[in-house]
Design a protein around this ligand. Structure first.
Ligand code: KG4
Ligand code: ZN
Length: 331
């Protein structure tokens, strides 16, 4: 069975084809990053317009890379929640039209669940359940418990900003380019992570997150350095100390949940899972605490950030709330 997945919930126009063994036959992404760098962030209306112009070439390349035609496709899946509404409308309209033309059922799927299951896309060996997943990206930041492949439960989430959003905003304050995560992480290599002590965010809620206060703390610190004329020489220290504070908080809450629910594995997924410091901090904490936990993240960088392979994958999983239809609307 072949599933064609369509992703356009934010700033990537992506189409992928995945078979029943979860093998990714094609995974094409047209990124809008260069367009959004001009505005230092995503402008929803521009993103929606760009999707419309990219769908057809991305579809043609995806079919060609997989060596198939639309006749071979059994199901189309499309991200129909959550996301920028104009962007979701373009994806749902494209998917529904494609389904009607080729007489293929279409299924609307939850983009966040795509990230949650994304480690299945490049698995080296079988997963052992239960698994606790930390999903961290620009738009979402949650902890999930996966009891079996089909059974998931949200354990906690951010009460305000997602970690990726916080990385992006701090980068903007430091005059770095969009997206900010990779920029902060590069600059942090030259700074001392212990030089500035930012308060640990929302310490008393073990599985929920909050990063808007941390953003304000960084803003105030930058202002202090501006006033003392020492900002330039301290930018790397700010990046390093901010990265330490946010990654410490994320890894601590992930491992708390893993211990609480006797997890066999922990998975780190979403755009921020590309952060090497966060990956090594999680591993360090597992080793220091002597926990018997297998740690995974998507091996392929393209499966950390937004992609359509994870959207196609959801068509193969028997998750609730997902039924094929002929027309899909955003939710
Ligand atoms: O999953 P994703 O592509 O899109 C959303 O669903 O939001 O995540 C994008 C986010 C951005 O905020 C970006 O700054 C962050 O992931 N990101 C990183 C890194 N690479 C991407 N954050 C920290 N370190 C990185 N290396
Ligand atoms: Zn995402």
């Amino acid at each position: 069975m072949l599933v064609l997945g369509i992703e356009s919930s934010c700033d990537e126009t992506a189409i992928a084809i995945v078979n029943e063994k979860f093998e990714v036959l094609s995974n094409v992404i047209a990124s809008q990053i260069l367009d959004h760098q001009k505005t230092m962030g995503v402008v929803p209306e521009s993103a929606a317009r760009l999707h419309v112009s990219k769908f057809t070439p991305v579809l043609e390349k995806s079919l060609k890379d997989a060596g198939v035609t639309m006749k071979d496709i059994d199901l189309i899946t499309v991200s129909n929640r959550p996301g920028l509404i104009g962007c979701l409308v373009t994806g749902c309209t494209f998917a529904s039209t494609l389904g009607l033309i080729h007489n293929i059922p279409v299924m609307g799927v939850n983009h966040k669940l795509g990230h949650v299951y994304s480690c299945l896309l490049d698995l080296k060996e079988e997963i052992e359940f239960p698994v606790v997943v930390l999903s961290v990206s620009g738009g979402h930041n949650e902890l999930y418990l996966i009891k079996s492949q089909e059974e998931y439960q949200e354990l906690g989430k951010t009460l305000d900003d997602a970690a990726g959003e916080c990385y992006d905003k701090v980068a903007k304050m430091l005059g770095l380019k969009y997206p900010g995560g990779p920029e902060i992480s590069k600059l942090a290599e030259f700074g001392d992570p212990k030089s500035i002590k930012f308060p640990d965010p929302l310490p008393h809620q073990k599985m929920n997150f909050s990063f808007s206060g941390l953003k304000t703390n960084v803003k105030n610190k930058i202002q202090e350095f501006v006033e003392s004329g020492k900002l330039e020489e301290n930018k790397a220290n700010i990046a390093g100390s901010f990265q330490y504070a946010i990654n410490h908080n994320l890894s601590k809450k992930l491992l708390y949940a893993a211990t609480e629910f006797n997890a066999k594995e922990v998975h780190l997924v979403g755009g921020v899972s590309a952060n090497r410091n966060l990956r090594s901090m999680i591993l360090d904490k597992i080793n220091k605490k002597g926990l018997n936990l297998n740690f995974r993240h998507p091996l392929n960088f393209g499966f950390c950030t937004d992609n359509a392979a994870m959207i196609a994958l959801l068509g193969h999983l028997k998750l609730d709330n997902q039924k094929p239809k002929s027309v899909i609307t955003p939710q």
